[in-house]
Design a protein around this ligand. Structure first.
Ligand code: GLA
Length: 730
């Protein structure tokens, strides 16, 4: 049993294989007692965490010189009563009051993992692999309940958490803040790790010590990234890749979020993650419920790498769904950087011929196939083919590709509308907008109002019609601007601040309808690259275009940062032309290939113009990927060297059966006269022998103990050099 309620101590113990998460009902309040390495039992809270001399703190327990709600470690902190810190819950009631006092009312323990109404969530295939605890907290003055849901994935060392608010009162109320994760740590000896960036520079890693005050990352853009990713971790100051404590949280949500650590005057740390309360309100009528998104919690006492591996496993197996979750996905050629808008059927077929010759599985037709879109200023919303470019239509092109042995993939940007489009002319009120204000365009486009059912229905029909009528095996679902003037023509004034969240609920419903109607189709999400790279999206689409920056060196940063939380399996990664279109850098094809090899492998250049030598090397890269792709994407990842700490990068991947070890080595910049680096491999079997099967080192045998303790020489010393080494257990 992974969830135990101890009636004597009033403590809930949630156990994974190596973690314990403990809460305690203290004076009626659900208090946070412990999150860390697995323990059998702990003392009652009042014997554990004390602060003396707490003047100025409100006391709601008489005769206590040490305790106040304002210093208690909370599990779901509310606003307005005797806790003056940043809350997880804040509401305005019909009488104008803003006080909520949640007290423990009851709990139940369930087998399996319930889904969340309208939102993506982790799931299990068999109820035996997960247990769920639901705790009801109740405010008896307003008859409002908060149902906290904790699910324990014991073997995966993961706990998930979410909250549902139920208005059992007779009047409506307005939710202002509902954070899905809230826990107080007894001290502030931590660094905060988060992922920041921009378009084409996503998921860079930052780490900074906590200070007294609030340290936060968030999104107010209507999409989860790329400025900050909906992930945050606290780690002990001494934490490294392989040692120290790490408390990682990833939010399964694709819109506005908040992740913050608030250190108070007594050096306690409140960690919060959930919906962004800025510009958020939700009117909850009598008898109604509100479901907040789920947080995935990954604790490690063995460093950052273990936190990442736990995230990888749960996202790959308990977030991603459908046919494509487990099987290797097609290699592809995408025509975007090859042709941009300047293509016709002949050009595409020439590229397809070269792709077929190399052994690539699929051609993806990117932007520009619909309406009259020859540049990015028109036609979004008009999802019918351009017969001037494609005389035989999508069907004709798809059939020709299929005859060449290639699958056919297609780009859409369904959430958008161009002012110059038939759709906009027919329905100018279908975009997000605020009355009497200019509609700010970005890339000359506006965002469709997915909070409206009629808009959602229209998009489901337009996309489904194309998928039904044409031989399409893959969809790239793009979203190329974030939101401004985010109002809806259909909502009343008091509901306008619900638009951002309603949009995401509408998007999720559209994705659910389309992806379940077309289970064979592989869906890839994209938001100008990794602008919406979050665990919520993976519930519908198992991979994302990682970044519009396809330069191999930049990708080392972006892919490493992204892999802090998300598995390589979820990352689209393509070889593009040199000089690179984003930053002009010239790198060898080998480096570009070896970097793309980690993700969902493809090409994004005009293959019909490739030299004979490059074609030969590409064939080898594709053959290697086809042989080892499955291991790369299902194996455990160990980061041996971080590009953020130097000019080189290295990953080690161990296959699920532990028989194959692949080491990826990258050197960005060479230096003369320095000793080559030694890299120690990790988590091998000490007594086993491993034989190397990499070309010129073929046949060399190493002991597992030597690989881990002595290491291997990283003898690539030139600029932009790379090497992939494969070891097999004997
Ligand atoms: C975005 C995507 C690119 C490409 C273009 C097309 O920028 O990230 O990969 O699809 O849109 O307009």
């Amino acid at each position: 049993m992974s969830i135990i309620f101890n009636e004597k101590t009033n403590q809930f113990h949630l156990h994974t294989a190596s973690t314990s998460y403990i809460c305690e009902v203290f004076n009626g309040i659900l208090a946070h007692a412990y999150w860390g390495k697995r323990v059998k039992q702990i003392l009652p809270l009042e014997q554990l965490y004390k602060i003396k001399n707490i003047n100025l703190a409100p006391h709601d327990l008489e005769n206590s010189d040490w305790y106040s709600t304002d210093v208690l470690l909370h599990e779901f902190a509310t606003w307005g009563s005797a806790d003056l810190r940043t809350p997880a819950f804040h509401a305005v009631y019909a009488d104008g009051s803003t006080v909520t006092r949640f007290r423990y009312k009851g709990h139940r323990i369930l087998k399996g993992k319930p889904s969340l109404c309208g939102l993506p969530s982790t799931y299990v295939n068999s109820d035996d692999t997960c247990e769920t605890l639901e705790i009801e907290l109740f405010d008896d003055c307003k008859s409002v309940s908060a149902f906290l849901l904790y699910s324990v994935f014991e073997e995966k060392d993961i706990i998930t958490r979410s909250v549902r608010i139920a208005n059992g009162g007779k009047e409506s109320m307005t939710l202002k803040t509902v954070e899905s994760f809230c826990a107080d740590f007894p001290n502030d000896n931590y660094d905060m790790i988060s992922l920041y960036g921009a378009w084409a520079r996503e998921c860079h890693i930052q780490r900074a010590p906590l200070f007294n005050g609030i340290q936060a990352v968030d999104s107010k853009h209507g999409a989860s990234g790329p400025n900050h990713n909906p992930f945050v971790a606290l780690c002990s100051k001494d934490a490294t890749e392989t040692s120290g404590e790490v408390f990682g949280l990833a939010l399964m949500y694709s819109g506005n979020f908040y992740a913050g650590a608030a250190v108070d005057r007594y050096s306690r740390t409140r960690l919060l993650l959930g919906l962004n309360s800025f510009n958020f309100e939700w009117n909850l009528g009598a008898g109604e419920e509100f479901q907040a998104p789920e947080v995935i919690m990954s604790y490690s006492s063995e460093g950052i790498g273990k936190m990442s591996r736990q995230f990888h496993k749960i996202i790959a197996k308990n977030v991603c769904r459908g046919k494509w979750r487990d099987i290797e996905r097609p290699t592809l050629i995408n025509n975007w950087e090859a042709t941009y808008f300047d293509f016709n059927e002949e050009k595409l077929l020439n590229i397809a011929d070269a792709a077929a010759e190399l052994g690539i599985d699929m051609l993806v037709l990117d932007d520009g196939w619909f309406g009259k879109r020859n540049t990015d200023n028109c036609s979004l919303g008009d999802w019918y083919e351009n017969r001037e470019k494609l005389p035989g239509g999508l069907k004709g092109l798809g059939e020709k590709l299929n005859q060449k042995g290639l699958k056919f993939g297609l780009w859409f940007e369904p959430e958008m509308v161009s002012p110059d489009s038939d759709l906009y002319r027919a329905h100018p009120d279908w975009c997000l907008h605020t009355a009497n204000r200019p509609r700010t365009e970005s890339r000359q486009q506006l965002v469709l109002d997915f909070s409206r059912q009629d808009v959602c229905d229209y998009i489901v029909k337009s996309v489904s019609d194309v998928l039904r009528e044409n031989p399409i095996a893959y969809v790239k679902w793009d979203m190329n601007r974030h939101m401004s003037e985010a109002g809806s023509a259909l909502l009343k004034a008091e509901n306008q601040r619900e638009v951002f969240h309603r949009y995401i609920l509408g998007l999720y419903s559209v994705l659910e309808r389309i992806t379940t109607a077309f289970p064979e189709v592989l869906f890839e999400s994209c938001s100008s690259g990794g602008g919406r790279f979050d665990a919520g999206m993976f519930y519908y689409m198992p991979q994302t275009w990682t970044s519009d920056d396809s330069d191999a060196v930049e990708r080392l940063y972006i892919q490493e940062g992204t892999s802090l939380v998300y598995p390589f399996r979820t990352m689209g990664a393509h070889i593009s032309a040199v000089p690179n279109h984003q930053i002009g850098r010239v790198t060898p094809l080998k480096l570009r290939g070896d970097v793309a090899m980690l993700g969902q492998f493809g090409f994004e250049l005009d293959l019909s113009k490739m030299s004979v030598e490059d074609k030969e090397l590409s064939k080898k890269l594709i053959a290697f990927y086809k042989e080892y792709g499955e291991i790369i994407h299902s194996g455990e990842v160990y980061k041996l060297a971080s590009v953020f700490e130097g000019k080189s990068s290295a990953f080690q991947i161990i296959s699920e059966d532990k028989n194959t070890v692949i080491v990826f080595l990258y050197n960005i910049q060479g230096k003369v006269g320095l000793p080559s680096k030694i890299l120690k491999l990790q988590n091998l079997e000490a007594n086993a022998e491993y034989v190397e099967i990499t070309d010129e080192k073929d046949g060399t045998v190493y002991g597992g103990d030597a690989l881990m303790n002595v290491g291997i020489l990283q003898d690539i010393t030139h600029d932009h050099a790379s090497e992939i080494r494969v070891f097999k257990r004997k």
